[in-house]
Design a protein around this ligand. Structure first.
Ligand code: ASP
Length: 332
């Protein structure tokens, strides 16, 4: 994984927009990497996410972002991230320009550069959500934009909003994050959600268990960060080594689209499958998570197990994105 260097910290100093918006410290800021979030900021987002849950359960929608427009620009496929950003904006009373059905229908297919596309969209929109196949693309877009840019996945780099919703889900499922044993399973090399969640968890007193075939081990650069931070880390190839003690089992898809050699993908594609038999050995309180889509790593027979948290995780994504959109648009 390439590291994103010298990120501006969110919240260093922020001027409130001159439209009466509340300056919550996030206003006008980009969300490029999870490294921009410390524990205070995480608490703020989680607190706001819980308020969003209450609001949606009681009223369905509100007017907080009325008159605000989100541009959703996706250069890679997406179901949950795009739909949840659209739902989030609409439940807050805002509206969306969705360029999510493939940029082949936009001027990108005519050869328009990313900065030009961004500078065009910001003429219409107050915030831009971007998914792009290249590591660092979100930062390039943020440099070109004068409105906030939210990274919805940049290649094998990061997926900060997924990391935030994953962390929020752990907190909601288990009531705490400190002291947990978190096992990550599958494609730890190319899985950007693993990279973001791993970095976020460094702020807590957790133990990591990384389970993958040799080829899909966590990138060395990220492992070195964990080692420098003196985090408790263990690696193994076998789910059996972690299943009895894990508080969270975070399972991931082997990222077919990132392999240059199809033979290598074939070699590792079916490396893990969580079944009801495996779940029998897990703690009764364990949370089984997956960023989705799954392509066989979790047997559908597990879905009725109350520990299967992945669809609750999907819903949490909408609440966390509501909190983030309100925050960067300066609405409390
Ligand atoms: N939806 C997640 C992502 O965009 C996970 C995946 O695709 O496997 O990274």
């Amino acid at each position: 994984m390439e590291m994103i260097k010298d990120l501006p910290k969110l919240f260093d100093h922020v001027e409130a927009p001159g439209n009466g918006a509340y300056n919550n410290g996030f206003a006008g800021q980009d969300v490029i990497s999870v490294d921009q979030f410390d524990r205070t900021r995480l608490s703020y987002i989680f607190h706001r996410s819980r308020e969003m849950i209450e609001m949606v359960e009681q009223r369905g929608a509100c007017d907080l972002l009325k008159g605000r427009v989100l541009a959703c620009l996706f250069y890679e496929p997406s179901t949950r991230t795009s739909a949840s950003f659209i739902a989030a904006m609409e439940r807050l009373g805002g509206s969306v320009i969705p360029i999510t059905q493939g940029v082949q229908f936009s001027s990108v297919s005519k050869g328009e550069s990313l900065p030009d596309t961004i500078r065009t969209l910001e003429q219409y929109a107050d915030v831009i959500v971007l998914r792009h196949p290249e590591v660092g693309a979100a930062q390039i877009a943020a440099d070109a934009a004068s409105v906030p840019v939210i990274n919805a996945g940049d290649g094998t780099g990061e997926h900060p909003t997924q990391g935030l919703l994953d962390l929020f889900t752990i907190r909601q499922e288990l009531g705490t994050i400190d002291k947990l044993k978190v096992a990550m399973v599958g494609d730890l090399r190319y899985g950007r959600t693993v990279h973001s969640l791993t970095r976020l968890l460094m702020q807590y007193d957790v133990s990591y268990r990384f389970v993958s075939p040799e080829l899909l081990r966590l990138p060395m650069a990220l492992m070195n960060v964990l080692i420098d931070r003196k985090m408790k880390v263990r690696e193994t190839h076998d789910v059996a080594d972690v299943i009895e003690n894990a508080d969270v089992l975070y399972v991931t898809r082997v990222q077919k689209e990132r392999f240059s050699d199809p033979a290598q993908y074939e070699e590792v594609k079916d490396c893990y499958k969580i079944t009801p038999e495996i779940m029998q050995r897990a703690k009764p309180t364990m949370a089984l998570m997956h960023p989705l889509p799954r392509v066989g790593e979790i047997d559908t027979a597990v879905d009725s197990d109350p520990r299967a948290a992945y669809f609750r995780q999907v819903k949490n994504g909408m609440y966390v994105r509501m909190a983030l959109l309100a925050a960067v648009l300066g609405r409390a």
